[in-house]
Design a protein. Sequence first.
Length: 170
Amino acid sequence: MIPVMYHAPSYVKGNKVIIGDAAHAVHPMAGEGMNMAIQDADVLGELLADMLEQGDASDDNLTWYEKVRYRRAEHVIQLSHLAALAYSFPFKTVSYFRQKTFERMEEDSVLHFKQMLNVSGLGMWKENFRDRIIQGGFMPVRTTDLKPDMKELKYYTKNDDYPWKVEGLK
């Protein structure tokens, strides 16, 4: 498998908007592209509905969509690309480490939560150096579970998803 990724420099031009694979294409191995397209449609649909409801069809309002989705999509693109790279090498050593990495992601509650959160689009919690060391098997997996309040901090809020509802349309 050849890892491929694409991220458009912008999603909005005038009164035109691109979503899904037209805006950000990822390797088709885990359904991330479909998931991201649904998230795009949710944010854009809510924005368009609010624009119509408020009678403000200004093109400038469409930039809210890009402000919400661009950074999130970039993060998922990088995660997806990293996973695609892990599957692109047929060597036994790489296969062994790939399998161990996925097993450790299941065993470590922090790694598991981060992966599910990031890919689902419900929030963002970037991995750090310690996470990578644990995934690689150079440190033991964490044995403590994440506390619900810590998880809650990482979820997107309505204000994160629809900031124009708080800040107002342009």
